[in-house]
Design a protein around this ligand. Sequence first.
Ligand code: ADP
Ligand code: MG
Length: 643
Amino acid sequence: MAAEKRAFQAEVSKLLQIVANSLYSEREVFLRELISNASDACDKLRYLALTAPELAAEDSTFQITLTVDPDAKTLTIADNGVGMDAAEIEANLGTIARSGTEAFVAGLNDDASKEHGLIGRFGVGFYSAFMVADQVEVLTRKAGETAAWRWSSDGLGEYEIDDAEKASRGTAITLHLKADAAEFLESHRLRHVVKTYSDHISIPIVLTGQPAADDDDGAAEGEQTTDETLNQASALWTRPKAEIDAGQYTEFYHHIAHAFDDPWLTAHWRAEGVIEYAALLFVPSQPPFDLFHPERKHRIKLYVKRVFITDDCEELVPSWLRFVKGVVDCEDLPLNVSREMLQNNPVLGKIKAGLVKRVLSELSKKADKSADEYAVFWNNFGAVLKEGLYSDGAEHRDALLPLTRFKSTAGDALTSLADYVGRMKPGQDAIYYITGESYEAVAASPHLEGFKAKDVEVLLLSDPIDDFWISAMFEGFEGKQFKSATRGGTDLSKIDADEAAEADADKADKPEEKTSEALAPFIANLKTTLGDKVKDVRESERLTDSACVLVADEGDMDIHLERMLRQHQQVKEAAPRVLEINPKHALIKSLAAGASSGKNPQELEDAALLLLDQARIVEGEAVLDPLGFARRLSAVMQKAATL
Ligand code: ADP
Ligand code: MG
């Protein structure tokens, strides 16, 4: 085939421009990226060779070599991994194949990002080669095939693919170093960069052609060379914890998770019991972009006796721990385990139980140690962890509930349930919460008025999962039931208010004692007018400022939950709600007076319907009859305007 010029995908061109101008100090990460790819390629082939040993037969010792040609000013990074065929080169090196790089490019519009070491922190994969090279050549041959390919580019918008000769499988990437990148021809520089970023790679990284140490008579001149392995070349998770420093863990996390933040939590242990395994797990400090994506990746890699098996094993952690990344290396599975065999495997089941227990106990330790640090985790992953209360609550409720944190009416800081219970008022027997679409919406809800007046704390919940897990917590927390503040049957009068608040409440309450009687004709009137549009009409205990509110009757489904289920077609019809009216509100008082006098029945009927619609709007529901609503509202405004 004749060499063919092709254009890079537009995003790649954009990325390459940034890469070419990247800051001097971050350029060395190119080596980390290329070595990481080489190591992945070896892992892939090692796995394929478990079932097709002929693929790796010619040479079964995996290694990565670095070769310098000082005259040609080239550095070559070569591996004997899986290699690529023509279609794979095209897809992998001409477009942005990897999600992390895509996210990086998306963030590039912000000019400031270029100055803040983004490349160093995020890595841009293969394309980082163009930070140090003005010409890159990739010679590759896929394991099991004889055809080889040469990909080359100057990184300026086009690349070329041509057929080629290559004696053995794998990939060799030759960088024609830029004039100002000659430092990467120096062995001490390469040694340092590999040690810093790639020491954890489990395959030997060998620097070829190093001058041999003088042996006997010192007469050996020039020609004597040897190879030098630059990394420890043992899987990091097999080494004792005491010998690994934080920097090495971080570099390993970057490699294994294809992530570039710092781990928020690192847990490294070896389980020796019925089942033997080593685990090195991380909780990221930043949420991955696909956390709630249905096709999100599982990020724990399964190894068996140091051999990479899969990074797509759903059986290792439940989906509510899907933010955990890392490695599990098991001694008790056969090496030729197929991915099918992993499903419902009892060994994996036991490992999973061990991982869950350990991660939850590590989270609990972090929560005890620093509330601020824990809040970072909670804001990133709390919504995911709460899924566990819903799906695996029976098993993990006791471990998960103490890990939850909430915004509440008590202040800006997140609160734990234990702290909430500690602040409960005498006579308060439930943990009150309100759910809704957003923090702002729930914080401003009229349902909270009575609670605020009595200084009774309410948890403010706004994650979609909240309605689900909380309605599954039948046993409550420490003997206290969860109770929605939007539901009827909330007997606030039983709760002792603070002295100050009580004095206020007394002042407000006493002159109103007879309101019930005064309200009766109006309530009767509302019931007749609204009919089966409402379940009931009641005098409210929870309102102080608003005129009316809709509540779920005790035992009925929470309004917000019902709306979510309706959106997902899981509930067809909205159940009628209870309309509560505020006896202390001026509007209600004058409407009640009107109802008692029996005058203006038409106006009263309009007002009844408007009150209901108003309560529905506040609840985030549509008005019942938009045309009728508009007509009634206009009539009211007309009247006000003619006054
Ligand atoms: P990532 O490693 O995150 O996937 P890169 O930009 O580093 O992104 O690499 C893109 C793709 O190119 C890799 O996913 C892999 O499929 C392919 N690739 C890169 N280097 C090699 C290599 N040495 N051997 C085989 N495939 C490679
Ligand atoms: Mg890569």
